[in-house]
Design a protein around this ligand. Sequence first.
Ligand code: F6R
Length: 600
Amino acid sequence: MCGIVGYVGEDYAVPILLSALERLEYRGYDSAGIAVIEDGKLIVEKKVGKIRELVRALWGKQYKAKIGIGHTRWATHGAPSEKNAHPHTDERMEFAVVHNGIIENYLELKKELENEGRRFSSETDTEVIAHLISKYYEGDLLQAVLKTVKRLKGAFAFAVISVHEPDKIVGVKTGSPLVVGLGKNENFLASDIPAILPYTRNVISLDDGEVAVLTKDSVDIYDFDGVPVSKEVFVVPWDILSAEKGGFKHFMLKEIFEQPKAVADTIGGFLSQDLSFPFDLSKVNRIVTIACGTSYHAGLVGKYWIEKNAGIPVEVIYASEFRYADVPVDENTLVLAISQSGETADTRFAALSAKEKGAAVVGIVNVVGSSLDREADFTLYTHAGPEIGVAATKTFTAQLAVLYLASLLFARRRGRIDREEFYKKVELFSEVTKKMEKVLELSDQIAEVAAKYKKFKDFLYLGRWLNYPIALEGALKLKEISYIHAEGYPAGEMKHGPIALIDENMPVVVIAPQDRVYEKMISNLEEVLSRKGRVISVGFEGDKVLKEKSETFIGIPEVEAEFSPLVTVIPLQLLAYHIADQLGLDVDQPRNLAKTVTVE
Ligand code: F6R
């Protein structure tokens, strides 16, 4: 949802800003821009399209500025165009602003500023920030920013530079993410850690209501009243290699292949984490899981595990629905808030509202130091490393690992299993990574399947029990990267409606490992066949019955029924990947999407 960066130091700012923006492009990519201060003047360069368009526009320009800010946009207010691209400035080009999030009262502010004679040149909400700072500037940029912030409503982060104080960047966070990177004779500002990983791993995560003032030699943090705040510096455990493609054609493919490691690292991380929750787990009589998209699907799988292993009833609700519904939660409710980024506005705000009602909130988060990580009462981490592809893959299976282990932990704390049983089950679960490795070997075969089916316009995905959420996830992957309509359905529900859709133009992906619902899945498959449906099935490699009944069969290694989602999801991720790739689509940055959705 837009990415912002800032650099102040001894190097030329432009190449650093562009390379940082490239690593933030997953947050939005309909236009990009930078502002730098050179020879006391503000220079702004913007381009519609991806960062490479901006890079092209800057070829040969050789700016020597050593301070600047940059932005990659995912449009909210105003269509993608050069005039709406950031940075935005005041009319006199004294202040430049890049912004992520939404200024809810911008219309009212715009009117006020226009009545005072200020002229606007874009349709964005951002431009009011530049005009307000210019209005309040009386020789101190920090004070002007503090006055401005008090006028703004909404959830946002922004960064500003000014020709009046050409050695300084001021960054503000309230609602949207913002981190400060600490270097030697240089400092950085960014929406997310991967942007600054090549330069530093020493990071300060700003909290809501904080302002950072960066020069090349100093970083000072204040609250919105201008009172200094002392902050901890943490060292990011990721290295830059993990944020690069490493020989794979796309980040998504690399991340699909990283899944066995992501799951193994997550298991290791879970077992070495101090798991003393700041609340009494034995009092919890209900769990409410809140999440969006792929994280929501992980929550659905987790429900089965937690209910079976720990015996606690679990309700899984889309975070965006939770916030405005009257879901009863109280001090005996545990809220599991699942978010890869830890910045998804829907999930964060739902978690905060549950907290207000007295519930304990446990976050399941991949990005250490993200907003949800800091807002939750306790965080369980997925150790998947940075995920750059917009479609979530390795963070999904890592979330599944955390959820399975959490179900065992809850079971143990409630006296349903003892220590020995806990470790026995963990050991058994760890074996799943070997099966995941094996499925990855099917990538070439799945590329052939993709070639056969890529021309179809609608797909149906069917699964039952633990593989019902996997059907939803398979359909979501196909939709978001190949723009093909797909629906995931519980196989038993098909006869209550969607069966009407089935004909020879509708491939049906059937997920049918030999588990307790296998026979029922075969019956549902027969129903598809008798309506001339084309079946692509995912089942155990020795399953002759399933193979015979399917137009296309993808055989996966046999796996404990309970753990099958970690294995069955991989062929579906690969199918979506290869279809999108063969259709020539932008796999890592699909249209209209952004990796981190920081607006409601
Ligand atoms: C799908 C996808 C999205 C995210 C959703 C939640 O591939 O990436 O559906 O899963 O936006 O994001 P997080 O987990 O960061 O809260």
